[in-house]
Structure formats: C-alpha cells, structure tokens
Design a protein around this ligand. Structure first.
Ligand SMILES: [Zn+2]
Length: 333
C-alpha cells in the first residue's frame, strides 16, 4: 500500500475508532479511556476519585464466575470457536470513497465464499457476526451461510457503529433492536449472541444486551474461558465468550498494523501456540477473523493449516458460540 493510501485509511479509521486498531471488533484493543471517543456520561478515574467512585467506574460488566465445564461434549479437551466479523466496507463509513470501500467489498465478493468452502472441506462450524446493513449491501451472504446448515449468525451492530459514541441510551437501544430484527428476518432465526462493533460498550450497552435476552456476549477480554458477566456486583446470567486481540487477524494485518507483521507463517505460529495452551488447560480457543482481512490468499492458507492442525490433535469440540454457550449454561445448572 502506498503512503497516500495508507494516510487515507488512517484518516478514516482514527476518527471512527478513536485510535483503536480499526474494526477491531475484537481487534479493538482496549485503549486507555483518554484515547477513546467521548462517551458522554463516562467519568474518568482520576487521582481524586474515591475508592467507591473507582469501584463504580469499573462495575458495569466484569469477570464473574468461570463457566468452563468439567468436561466438553464427547470428552473433548477443548472447545474451539471459529468466528468471523463480516465488517466489509462498513469500516469505511466515515469517508465512503470507492478505493477504501473496495478493500472491504473484497470480503463479500471473494473471502466469504472462500471461507465457506474451507469450512465445508473441514466440516466444521463457525459463527458469523454481521452488521445488519452489511447483509443489505450483500444480500447473498446470509443465504450462503445458512445453506451450509452448520453455522451461526450473530449481531454486530446496524452499520458497525461505535456504541459509546451514540451518547443516547434510547437511540442505542433502538439500533440494537433493529439490528436483531433485521438479522432475524434475513436468517429466519433470532440471533442468540452479540459482538459489539469495535468492542465498544457504552455505560448502557451491557444493560441493553441483558434486556434483549441474548444468551451470550462476545465482546469482552477478561479471561481465556467462558465466564458469567458480573454487573454492578451481581451475577447477570449473561455468558461471556471472551475474545482476544492475540487471536485476531486485524492486529497483524489490519490497516493500522499494515506491514508490521506481514508473515502469515508468523501469525500461524501465534495462533498455534494459543491453541496449544488452551488444549493443555482444557478450556476454549476462540479465533476471530475478518473476511476482508484474513480471507486474502496468503492468509487463508494459514487458516486452513491451523484448522488441520487443531483437528489432528483429536479430542477437540468445534462448535458455534451458541452451542458452547448453551452447553456451559446447561452444565452450570
Ligand atoms: Zn467488526
């Protein structure tokens, strides 16, 4: 990518994401509060904050009890979720010009069919988080995913909007509700899970997710295994299937990291090491990919290699996030 192009994409990404590494649903590296877009009602933690104010400031959605079951189905040592944030051109919404849009469009024209074929070859399921308007722009995507009969579709915003920047709880609620309804209509099933675009939780977001009745969320990063979200000190009943920046293609290949780690071999080695310890610890491994990023030719061959490696270990449960959340919920009863 030449420097003028790089400047263009950075210029788009930074206002949208407050210096977070681009889409970063999960790629969204939690930046210091001072670097995130104004969230309106958030009070910063300062040296003058009281202990109670600091407790309150962090209380919205915290790590609760671990939910990894004593055993996974069929005695598997580890659960594996392959997840795809289908952001495509909606990352360029602040400056929708043809060239940067085409970078995202690649995700629908080329990557998604390639990914679905790869998953077919391995006969493994996956979870696709899709902004509602992404399905409008590419109406062929949802039917193509559903036709495989083993995948899940989850909520990922209306236009991949950053919820902390909405600044209005009722508007945020409306966006969430219309996103759920749009995906339910497109897929024929109400989504069971949600992943916040750019990992953006406003102070109200968790309450809205809980009230919407989601079985699980997959936006937080507080552990390597399933846990129950604790909200204001109380168990919420919502299962968190946590993401990780390390297991995300965007931080290695995405616009803001462009060129920083160009070797798909190196990225494979990181994913492999992450899986190996999950296998050893008998917990779970969640991989997050963005089709327009990780679906590029040199990169998807490493995803193919990774799935083959994981399968070669045996004793692995490949599942959708909904299947994992349902299983841990039932195991915890
Ligand atoms: Zn995203």
């Amino acid at each position: 990518m030449n420097s003028s192009r790089r400047r263009l994409i950075c210029a788009v990404a930074i206002p949208l994401l407050g210096c977070l590494p681009a889409c970063g649903s999960p790629s969204a590296q939690p930046a210091p509060a001072s670097r995130q877009p104004a969230a309106g009602t958030v009070n910063p933690i300062t040296v003058d904050s009281t202990e109670e104010q600091i407790r309150q400031a962090v209380a919205t959605a915290r790590f609760g009890r671990k939910l990894t079951p004593k055993s996974w189905p069929n005695g598997a040592r580890v659960a594996v979720c392959l997840t795809f944030d289908v952001d495509n051109e909606l990352l360029q919404r602040a400056n929708p010009l043809p060239v940067p849009l085409s970078v995202g469009e690649y995700g629908a024209t080329t990557s998604l069919p390639r990914i679905l074929d790869l998953l077919d070859r391995h006969q493994v399921p996956a979870t696709f988080f899709i902004p509602a308007m992404g399905t409008m722009l590419h109406p062929e995507m949802v039917p193509a995913i559903i036709a495989r009969n083993r995948h899940e579709i989850g909520v990922h915003g209306w236009i991949h909007e950053f919820w902390p920047a909405i600044g209005d709880a009722s508007k945020e609620q409306r966006l969430l509700e219309q996103s759920i309804a749009y995906l339910a209509k497109a897929s024929g099933k109400r989504p069971a899970g949600v992943r916040a675009p750019s990992s953006g939780f406003s102070p109200q977001t968790f309450d809205l997710i809980r009230k919407a009745g989601f079985l699980y969320d997959s936006s937080l990063l507080a552990a390597d295994e399933p846990y129950e979200i604790l909200s204001n000190g109380a168990p919420s009943g919502v299962i968190e299937l946590p993401i990780s920046e390390v297991d995300n293609d965007y931080v290695y290949y995405g616009e803001t990291a462009n060129g920083a780690l160009p070797s798909p071999d190196a990225v494979f080695a990181i994913y492999k090491a992450e899986f190996d310890l999950a296998f050893q610890e008998r917990t779970m491994f969640i991989l997050t990919q963005h089709p327009h990023v990780g679906g590029r030719r040199s990169r998807i061959v490493q995803l193919d290699r990774l799935i083959a490696y994981i399968k070669s270990k045996g004793d692995v449960w490949f599942a959708t996030m909904e299947q994992v959340a349902t299983y841990v919920k039932e195991s915890g009863r």
